[in-house]
Design a protein around this ligand. Structure first.
Ligand code: SF4
Ligand code: SF4
Length: 439
């Protein structure tokens, strides 16, 4: 590999690569840190999603080469691809593509195997500190989709203008669609043929996805759209108001502790206790103390609400508590790195199959096909900020003619940000604070 570390970082920055599997952390910043391990996250633990499995089967060589570039920029000597041991075809494809220093790590079929704190601990034995990130313990974790984008940016100078989006759930034709960033979700959902006229859409999987309208447009972080019956219990839970969620928590929590017993962050030794935040709401709602500060440690994985026999949501309570604490100017008080894994962690892991049954979506667990044609619509609405940090600044104006792949917004110098490119050729129709419209 003759390309220099600096060239790799520059090419990744120029291409506007951001983390595909999370909030969109600018990848050129992440891969510039010194690390011991580079971990490819292919666990894909959200129920029903298949996009990463498709990538590992069809782009194994690109994933491995992407890892090699990140090992070069970070100086890491060890690379691991973390995926579930039940992904047989993907393991076979990756085994054929492996390079020196890179191994496959097979994980159990549990949720949330893809939580990067969980993955770092399983693979390296290290524990990410409370409220920390993997680099705090010498690890860079990248989703397999991000690694493909890194590979294409370095080898072909290709900017991120396309996404593979899995559309599944209550549909006749679960499908992975390759589409332009900025494509409207309603055009994509049509290809999967929803079974009912009225449905609710989630951006993401059933556990961590949020409800979206059908004018939502695909971003660099969109991985899946879930079509759910509007009368399903999952939709009812996700649309509960904060007031109702809090009242229910106060009146029917029986303090059984099931939520805490399964909490993946608690099992890694972090001081987060979902049953205690529920109890605190009985008498000390709004107080800042070591229990409410646990809200800064919550990953919002949602396992506590699946485990709760009373259909309560400590996840939701933690989210609301955190928002209130932040508004009042409070900061997280838990930052320990002296942690030890719970002795019963292995026994308390939550099987993915049981999860699917509990959330009532087992009937939608079907094979997903790859849609043969790319969806390049006549117009796109490209969100200006698709990354953690600040939005890039537009370098085009209304009326500008753009080619596909042309830079339309540039990351400010030294800011945590990511470049943005036109995903279709055409004319910039409008720019507002949130979007660039091209037709
Ligand atoms: S599992 Fe439910 S009922 Fe039990 S302590 Fe947690 S929130 Fe309360
Ligand atoms: S959502 Fe629930 S289970 Fe997940 S980390 Fe937060 S408290 Fe723990």
């Amino acid at each position: 590999m003759e390309i220099s570390r600096e060239e790799i970082i520059k090419k990744v920055a120029d291409a506007g690569v951001v983390g595909c599997g999370g909030a969109g952390f600018p990848t050129h910043v992440k891969i510039a840190a010194d690390a011991d391990f580079v971990i490819a996250n292919g666990a894909e633990c959200e129920p029903l999603l298949k996009g990463d499995q498709y990538l590992m089967e069809t782009k194994a060589a690109e994933i491995v080469r992407g890892m090699r570039y990140v090992m070069k920029t970070s100086g890491a000597s060890q690379g691991y691809i973390g995926l579930k041991k039940k992904y047989h075809r993907q393991i076979e494809a990756l085994n054929k593509a492996l390079a020196p220093g890179i191994k496959i790590f097979e994980m159990g079929n549990v949720y949330p195997a893809g939580d990067e704190h969980v993955m770092v601990n399983e693979i390296t034995g290290r524990i990410v500190p409370e409220a920390g990130i993997p680099i705090n313990v010498g690890c860079i974790v990248d989703n397999v989709g991000t690694l493909v984008n890194i590979c294409e940016a370095v080898e072909k100078g290709r900017p991120v203008t396309r996404k593979n989006v899995t559309v599944t759930g209550d549909v006749e034709n679960p499908v992975i669609v390759r589409c332009a960033v900025g494509a409207c979700v309603s055009d994509i959902v049509k290809l999967a043929k929803p079974r009912k006229q009225h449905y609710t859409l989630l951006n993401g999987g059933p556990m961590m996805g949020d409800i979206i309208n059908d004018d939502f447009c695909v971003t660099k972080t969109t991985g899946a759209i879930l079509v759910l019956p509007s009368d399903s219990s999952l939709v009812a839970k996700k649309t509960r108001t904060a007031t109702v969620a809090m009242r229910r928590a106060k009146s029917i929590c029986e303090q059984c502790m099931d939520c805490t017993l399964v909490c993946p962050r608690n099992l890694l030794g972090h001081r987060i206790f979902p049953h205690k935040i529920m109890r605190m709401n009985f008498f000390a709602s709004g107080e800042f103390n070591e229990i409410s500060s646990g809200s800064f440690l919550c990953s919002q994985c949602g396992l506590c609400e699946v485990a709760c026999p009373q259909d309560l949501s400590p996840k939701r309570v933690f989210r609301d508590v955190k928002e209130n604490l932040v508004k009042k100017g409070h900061k997280n008080m838990h930052t320990s790195s002296q942690l030890s894994v719970h002795s019963e962690r292995a026994l308390r892991q939550f099987p993915a199959q049981r999860l699917l049954q509990r959330i009532g979506l087992a009937e939608f667990d079907k094979p997903v096909s790859f849609h043969p044609e790319e969806l390049a619509p006549a117009k796109v609405k490209i969100a200006l900020c698709q990354n953690v940090g600040s939005a890039p600044l537009p370098v085009v104006k209304a009326g500008s003619e753009v080619k596909e792949g042309e830079l339309i917004a540039k990351a400010p110098e030294k800011a945590l940000s990511a470049n943005l490119h036109a995903s279709i050729p055409g004319t910039v129709v409008k720019i507002d604070e949130k979007y660039i419209y091209i037709a």
